[in-house]
Design a protein around this ligand. Structure first.
Ligand code: F6P
Length: 372
């Protein structure tokens, strides 16, 4: 039976979104002869007047290596709390009924929502209201626990690793400490994995509060070994042991979502003082989200796109596709948006870093292998 599928990409963009869109369109057309429409700019395109674009084979030609998303995205526009103007004032209103009505009016049979925690929570709420929805996990932060990894993350780690390689040569030439602030919100995955891959000397993550006396002791020991420069990677959500998370804008100032940033400069100042050395800060910011996806993200995005179409064929709604080991599986959306996926401070990845001599902003914790 012929179907029309809607697809939207919500939240921050990331490399691999176009691979997902291409995977959905190609498998919907080649395997099922279904029609696909893209919904513009995330949930914003479903509220008010429906904003769609036909996704045929010519529209998706050549998009596999492209970063971003050809249908646009937005991290605003939650239909359950949508900003509208009433009597000259901006107030939040629940417009979810209009989303369901728009959806039916457009003759869309099922929705694929590609996004992170925020987008998938909204998708799950719309499912509870009767919308047939399937989720696909996206984020450079890798902070969704129902999947082993999200697409977009691998590319972000590659970008940070390359930056660390480049920063090493200049830090060494000038005998400086370079502090590199990376994204990840409240998860330290990007900082930790890119830091290990890029040979960082100190890695500071949100899951381990920063003890500056431990950081400076490690840097002094390094100096005594004759190494006069250091590379410090700090996740944007990392917090000093005695102190607050550093934000550019609080949640109250930014429609309920904290805008993180500034911890890099704080770390540079603390380290500069205790080490009496020249420090500089590099904020990698949106470079981590832009540009062409890695082969891993192209493959994972393609697999998720194809799998989501098959979930619709099998009527598996209210669920999300996820990578588990080497397989793609379907998990409930409710489980997917439950617990965030954070780095385990006592896990093997952190232990590996510490055994390599990298300081994690604390005294090294003893570790031994676990037999299965
Ligand atoms: O969730 C992805 C992410 O890139 C975070 O790592 C970062 O904190 C946030 O989005 C930045 O969002 P924006 O693009 O709105 O500044």
């Amino acid at each position: 039976m012929s179907k029309t599928i809607g697809i939207l990409t919500g939240g921050g963009d990331c490399p691999g979104l176009n691979a997902v869109i291409r995977g959905v369109v190609r498998s919907a057309i080649f395997t099922h002869d279904w029609r696909v429409v893209g919904i513009r700019d995330g949930f914003e395109g479903l509220v008010g007047e429906l904003q769609t674009v036909e996704l045929n084979l010519p529209q998706i030609g050549g998009i596999l290596p492209r970063g971003g998303t050809i249908i646009g995205t937005s991290n605003r526009g939650n239909p359950f709390s949508f900003p509208v103007e009433r009597d000259g004032q901006i107030v939040q209103e629940d417009l979810s009924d209009s989303v369901i009505a728009n959806f039916k009016k457009a003759g869309i049979d099922a929705l694929i929502a590609v996004g992170g925690d925020g987008t998938l929570k909204i998708a799950n709420q719309l499912y509870a209201k009767g919308l047939p929805v399937v989720g696909i996990p996206k984020t450079i932060d890798n902070d969704l626990s129902a999947t082993d990894v999200t697409f977009g993350y691998n590319t972000a780690v590659e970008v940070v690793m390359e930056a660390l390689d480049r920063l090493h040569t200049t830090a060494e030439s000038h005998h400086r400490a370079l502090v590199v602030e990376v994204m990840g919100r409240d998860a330290g995955w990007i900082a930790l994995e890119a830091g290990i891959a890029g040979g960082a000397d100190v890695i500071l993550i949100p899951e381990i509060p920063i003890d500056f006396s431990a950081v400076c002791a490690a840097m002094r020991a390094r100096r005594e070994r004759g190494r006069r420069f250091s590379i410090i990677v700090v996740a944007e959500g990392a917090t000093p042991l005695a102190g607050e998370k550093v934000v550019v804008k609080s949640a109250a100032e930014n429609l309920g979502v904290e805008r993180l940033g500034g911890i890099g400069a704080y770390v540079a100042q603390q380290v500069g003082q205790c080490m009496a050395m020249e420090t500089r800060t590099v904020v990698l910011g949106h470079l981590q989200r832009g540009g062409s996806p890695s082969s891993f993200d192209r493959i994972l995005g393609s697999r998720f796109g194809v799998y989501a179409v098959e979930m619709i064929a099998a009527q598996q709604f209210g669920r999300m596709c996820a990578l588990r080991g080497r397989d793609i599986v379907s998990v409930s959306l409710a489980a997917a948006v439950g617990q965030p996926n954070q780095v385990d401070p006592r896990g093997n990845l952190v232990a590996t870093a510490e055994q390599l001599g990298i300081n994690l902003g604390r005294q090294k914790v003893p570790w031994s292998p676990v037999a299965d």
